[in-house]
Design a protein around this ligand. Structure first.
Ligand SMILES: [Zn+2]
Length: 303
């Protein structure tokens, strides 16, 4: 696995741009200076760049950009402080993973819906004032979309058609329950079900490379352990196969916005393999935007 650090921010003044470019050019090898868009007197410069993981270099970049930002009088965005870690997995890590997180089921808006049901929140942590999003209510959508698609995401929950629910049963998949989705709309509805994992995995382990990362420590709530912006790669020790089922929730909670946390769903290799074999999940790039993206879960013995 390779870790890259991704920065993004904007600058609206040419003098500030000059200072930023000088700093970044001196700190980052092969830094490509972005062009400024100038329309009449308005300046717009978009900075998007990646560096290889190096905690000291991150600290130096943020410190220097902060110094410029403090004197920029609003001509620069502070979003460089919200740098992200991006993990690139090797072919072996993809091949050997026993669990995956599904991050995309295709690049089509028809696959992603919002429920019309009332969302409930329960207090999660007094220290960072986050709430947990809970789903006690049935999701409500226009289910006629299931005529065309066997799987969709509704508010990031997996929703499947009756036909696929039957297949899940035939395939003996474990660790989930189905909750019917309520149809609302002028067209006739289809039977649809939300897939709710019933198995909660044990706590994850942290890969050695990131164990003492000062930036992750800084973004971690000392009370509940939720990390803002920076996420660890999913990693378990090798015993995980004893505890996993086909559908699982992480023990850990993840922020989906500043106030809300959820547990994330991880599915087994069996689920992904069967969905691929039946032409439902497509991991290769096709022109119709049907490519899925899955993130492999690491185990101690594969890192
Ligand atoms: Zn907290």
């Amino acid at each position: 696995m390779k870790i890259n650090v991704y920065f993004t921010f904007q600058v609206y003044d040419l003098k500030i741009k000059y200072k930023v470019d000088q700093i970044l050019h001196s700190l980052i090898q092969d830094f490509v200076i972005p062009e400024a868009d100038i329309i009449r007197d308005d300046v717009f410069v978009q900075y998007n760049f990646e560096i290889a993981y190096d905690t000291k270099l991150i600290t130096t970049i943020v410190k220097n950009l902060n110094a410029i930002y403090e004197k920029a009088n609003g001509n620069m965005t502070p979003t460089f402080r919200e740098f992200r870690y991006e993990y690139t997995y090797t072919d072996d890590e993809m091949k050997n993973a026993e669990l995956f997180r599904i991050t995309s089921i295709g690049n089509r808006p028809e696959l992603y819906h919002s429920s019309k049901s009332i969302v409930e929140f329960v207090p999660f942590c007094a220290r960072c004032s986050r709430n947990e999003k809970v789903t006690k209510n049935n999701l409500i959508i226009n289910t006629s979309v299931m005529k065309k698609f066997p799987i969709i995401f509704v508010d990031k929950y997996l929703v499947i058609s009756q036909e696929l629910a039957n297949k899940f049963n035939e395939w003996n998949l474990s660790g989930y329950q189905l909750r019917e989705v309520i149809h609302k709309g002028k067209t006739t509805g289809e039977k649809a079900f939300q897939v709710i994992p019933t198995n909660i995995l044990p706590p994850q382990t942290v890969i050695d490379q990131l164990r003492n990362d000062p930036h992750i420590k800084q973004q971690t709530c000392p009370e509940c352990g939720v990390v803002e912006y920076l996420q660890f790669p999913y990693c378990y020790d090798e015993k995980i196969s004893q505890f996993m089922q086909d559908f699982n929730f992480t023990y850990e909670y993840y922020p989906i916005n500043e106030e809300t946390v959820v547990r994330q769903m991880l599915v087994s290799k069996k689920v992904i393999t069967l969905l691929i074999e039946h032409g439902i999940a497509k991991l290769e790039t096709l022109s119709d935007g049907s490519k899925w993206t899955v993130v492999p879960v690491l185990t101690n013995n594969t890192v």
